[in-house]
Design a protein around this ligand. Structure first.
Ligand SMILES: [Zn+2]
Length: 353
């Protein structure tokens, strides 16, 4: 009897070793441990044994049963692991494999690149970067900047007037009537002063619009970068310092700048800020039209009338403002000879940046 049990155990261990699938394993289990299985058959025979012997054989029978169950457990683990690795092998991908179908990703527009470069510089000097509306009221674009409706300076900046648009206030003569596409980022000067008060140090980069007949030097859409600084004791010297910092940053340390008088209605005095031509270093070339200088940084001390429009006392505070031609700076930096390339959306042009 004992021998038969040992034989059964040996038989099971040999068979279970060869099992490869879950189904075969289940079948083997029924064959040996099931109600009508080989082990129960032997256990039934035990009933006919004498008491002493039955006890002895019973102990062996339990041992065999446990051994068979343990072997079954192991085999079950082995089978499930094997089926898992079969799935894994089927679904395996190499994530490091190079792909030949990568989507090409674009680059930043050259205007955006120079704008971000300048934003970084101005932020390091404590300026806020503000964003103003492109559709602006006639008031903020002209009147608040010392250009009332009858002023001849309006002729210098013909733009797109928007019909039928009235603002929240909507009343004739109010600040929110007569809408235009802003002709300059200066339109945000008074808004910025009203919103943020004094002291103020801010730049406003953005798109501007003019009703232009387009050619290599004129475009209906272009970019400016406005700067406004207002506080106690702000002088011309501060403005010159900022211009020098921008020139050094964009075109290298020691780039010469030159300021000469120029009229703008919203500054007094106003300056035509010029950079030494970075191509010919002042000797004269095609880009600078043989003058050795490039006009790129107009500015001046904010007119007292403009400060008053913003509710700031010009007796107590002073400030300066400038409106860099961002588009012009980009054209100079990359030697772009036709302004129309910038808004063309032509990939042959844009892919170069
Ligand atoms: Zn030059």
């Amino acid at each position: 009897m004992k021998g038969q049990l040992e034989q059964l155990k040996k038989e099971f261990v040999e068979l279970v070793d060869k099992v490869a699938s879950r189904e075969a394993l289940e079948e083997l289990k029924t064959q040996f441990l099931g109600r009508k299985g080989k082990l129960s058959g032997l256990m039934k025979e035990m009933a006919s044994l004498a008491d002493g012997e039955r006890k002895l054989v019973g102990a062996v029978a339990n041992e065999v049963k446990e051994a068979i169950e343990a072997a079954f457990g192991e085999a079950e683990q082995k089978v499930s692991k094997a089926s898992w690795s079969a799935t894994a092998a089927k679904e395996w991908i190499d994530v490091t494999e190079p792909t030949f179908h990568a989507r090409p990703h674009g680059t930043l527009h050259p205007v955006t690149q120079v704008q971000q470069e300048l934003e970084e510089l101005f932020t390091s000097m404590g300026f806020m970067v503000l964003d103003g509306p492109e559709l602006e009221s006639d008031y903020y674009n002209f009147t608040a900047l010392n250009i009332p409706p009858s002023h001849p300076a309006r002729d210098m900046q013909d733009t797109f007037y928007i019909e039928g648009k009235t603002g929240a206030a909507g009343k004739a003569g109010s600040e929110e009537t007569g809408w235009v596409m802003r002709t300059h980022t200066s339109s945000f000067q008074v808004r910025a002063m009203r919103e943020h008060g004094v002291p103020l140090r801010a730049i406003v980069p953005g798109r501007c619009f003019r009703n232009e007949a387009t050619d290599a030097r004129h475009e209906h859409t272009f970019h400016q970068l406005e700067g406004v600084v207002v506080g106690e004791g702000i002088s011309f010297a501060h403005m010159k310092g900022v211009f020098q910092a921008v020139a050094d940053h964009l075109y290298g340390k020691g780039t010469k700048i030159r300021l000469s008088p120029k009229f703008y209605p919203f500054v007094e005095p106003g300056v035509r800020g010029e950079l030494e031509c970075f191509l010919c270093k002042g000797k004269g070339c095609r880009v600078c039209k043989q003058s050795g200088w490039l006009e790129a940084m107009p500015g001046g001390m904010i007119h007292p009338n403009v400060l008053r429009q913003a509710g700031i006392d010009p007796e107590k505070y002073s400030g300066f403002a400038f409106g860099f031609g961002l588009t012009r700076l980009v054209m100079l930096k990359y030697g772009i000879d036709d302004i129309r390339h910038l808004e063309s959306g032509d990939l042959r042009f844009l892919n170069q940046f």
